[in-house]
Design a protein around this ligand. Sequence first.
Ligand SMILES: C[S@@+](CC[C@H](N)C(=O)[O-])C[C@H]1O[C@@H](n2cnc3c(N)ncnc32)[C@H](O)[C@@H]1O
Length: 218
Amino acid sequence: MSPEFWHARWQRNEIGFHEEKIHVYLQEFWSHVHLPKGQQVLVPLCGKSNDMLWLLEQGYPILGVELSPIAVAAFFQDNQLSPRQFQRGSFTCWEQEDVQILGGDFFALTPSDTSTVTGVYDRASLIALPEEMRKRYATHLISLLPQGTKMLLITLEYPSQEMTGPPFSVGETEVKRLYQDHFTIQHFATKEALSEAPSLKARGVTKLTESAYLLEKQ
Ligand SMILES: C[S@@+](CC[C@H](N)C(=O)[O-])C[C@H]1O[C@@H](n2cnc3c(N)ncnc32)[C@H](O)[C@@H]1O
């Protein structure tokens, strides 16, 4: 998926992935991550996710990364926040108190950008990318995260021949292949998800599940 693909999606407001509601798995499993309040949480490929606000309300400073300035502006505007903006390397940094969103390419992040991160929330980031990019994404994320970092990862799985993503299907085997050399992996839950995804049903998907995992960097 090229940056142009995502810029065009935001320009045309084709953002079916965006949820107004806070994700149920975030609410159900975040306390199991056991991240002390006050620790910074990286939200890669964050869009304008309201889940960031929920994490903030629970006491976690947020570091989001998002390509689309439309998404970043909408996040702050929708939540009546007025961030200051400045350049940080190749990123436009939008910041208000404990929320910082880096406008730019996730693959341009360096370990110095994430040196204070101890938690990650990945919902619809890994599954936004085709297979080769998922490998690059995981390799890059691994290179960015300090030891001990904990990640709540939420993925979707469906018979991959039924639809061309995004979202792409990512099963437990792939989660392990991507991360098990560097993280311990705990599978929290899997639930049926097709009934809440009529647009994917309309695209031909006959079976869809959503899973949550806790990963801890060794
Ligand atoms: C499927 S959406 C998920 C957004 C968010 N995680 C959520 O739960 O609503 C993927 C997002 O990643 C952004 N994106 C894609 N590639 C990116 C990249 N290389 N760097 C930063 N953001 C990227 C897109 O603009 C889009 O907003």
